[in-house]
Design a protein around this ligand. Structure first.
Ligand code: HEC
Ligand code: HEC
Length: 329
């Protein structure tokens, strides 16, 4: 029943969020609160202002604490990634560092440390078999991601990467320790934000607005974030009371929803092939819960999560994500 919504979801992702409408014939009515949440949980790349200057592809770039220099021309083609702190991770396999045409470098999006960014996914510390399974699900079309522009990346990558390279990449990322880098802050008001290049960025000026039923995950220094500085993370604003409520959902469940810990482990650090959630991007967690609920993750192993997500309100999803993100990995 849920998987029957997948073609609609794919079509909606392809045509853009503003036209995101579930087919009128869907058995369950469209879920307005989830649709609204897609505005902040699904990354967008609005066109730059007409007068915005073209980036200088050959300007030397630096981040604090690294002696290395890169230019956009070194990696913006997606067959490379700045590796500011090579001492922070083991040597990368070729597919991760440079890709193998036409497969892009995994590190371009997921970073050399596998930390990922809110608009993609953290891979460090995921079970290798889970990584392989998910890439194969993208390849077969059983899994989609947030879009519309971002949604095209993993299906293309999954089609282009060889199974041998995928195995190497999975082994590499699963060997890495995920480093907490998202500070979770409960607050009633947040800076007004807009999306630039897939990330929420504070508007100029100090305008604030009520947080409402949202998570606003942003950077306090977007320049360092854009440089892919792996020693500089994110801040996620969540509604007051979310973390305490999330703790209850994680340990006791909510209504028909089972306790997250019953499958993801008592500390949400993952069990066997069930992935860890602790300290990971709460925006990513919400996006996945929405996708499970709407049938965008429809591989066989996703069945328990489709059930689980169908029992959670958006408020409960936000609470569970806030709690998970605030835990130690
Ligand atoms: C151009 C950007 C980009 C590149 C390159 C890329 N990915 Fe991804 N990856 C994404 C996005 C976007 C998502 C989906 C996030 C979502 O579901 O919203 C994702 C998700 C994933 C996931 C799912 C993680 C989870 O927790 O379920 C895996 C596994 C993954 N990628 C592996 C890889 C591997 C391996 C490579 C290199 C062979 C790679 N990716 C290259 C953008 C990229
Ligand atoms: C009955 C077992 C079960 C319960 C209960 C459960 N999960 Fe899961 N969860 C899974 C499985 C299995 C997967 C992996 C799905 C796959 O392989 O596609 C998963 C995956 C996820 C993912 C995707 C992670 C990633 O890296 O992409 C998120 C997010 C998630 N669960 C959140 C939750 C939250 C929040 C709760 C509690 C509200 C919860 N889960 C409760 C079994 C469960």
């Amino acid at each position: 029943m849920l998987t029957s919504k997948l073609p609609m979801l794919l079509a909606a992702l392809a045509t853009g969020l503003s036209t995101f409408v579930f087919a009128q014939s869907a058995p369950t009515p469209p879920d307005a609160e989830l649709r609204a949440a897609m505005e902040w949980a699904f990354p967008l790349n609005p066109p730059p202002a007409a007068h915005a200057p073209m980036p200088d592809m050959h300007k030397p770039l630096h981040v604090p604490g690294s002696a290395r220099t890169y230019t956009l021309a070194d990696y913006d083609h997606m067959f490379g990634a700045p590796d500011w702190f090579p001492q922070d991770h083991p040597p990368m396999p070729r597919i991760v560092a440079r890709g193998r045409k036409p497969a892009w470098a995994c590190a371009f999006c997921h970073l050399p440390t596998g930390q990922g960014r809110p608009e993609n996914a953290p891979l460090a510390g995921l079970p290798a078999a889970y990584i392989i399974e998910q890439v194969k699900a993208f390849r077969s079309g059983k899994r989609v991601s947030g879009g519309p522009e971002m949604a095209r990346f993993m299906p293309a990558e999954a089609t282009h990467v060889t199974d041998a390279d995928l195995k190497q990449a999975a082994g590499y990322f699963s060997s890495l320790h995920y480093k907490p880098w998202t500070q979770v802050i409960e607050t009633a008001t947040v800076p007004k934000t807009h999306m630039v290049h897939f990330i929420l960025v504070a508007d100029t000026g100090n305008a604030r607005e009520p947080i409402g039923n949202r998570i606003i995950e942003t950077s306090t220094d977007i320049a360092r974030t854009e440089l892919r500085d792996t020693r500089f993370g994110f801040v996620a604003y969540v509604p007051p009371g979310s973390i305490a409520r999330g703790a209850v959902i994680a340990s006791k469940g909510a209504g028909e929803a089972l306790p997250c810990e019953s499958c993801h482990g008592s500390d949400l650090r993952g069990v066997g092939n069930i992935p860890p959630l602790a300290s990971r991007s709460p925006t990513y967690i919400i996006r996945e819960l929405i996708l499970f609920r709407l049938g965008g993750r429809a591989n066989t192993a996703a069945a328990p999560m489709q059930q689980e997500a169908s029992h959670l309100s958006l408020r409960d999803m936000i609470a569970a994500a806030a709690y998970a993100a605030s835990r130690k990995p």
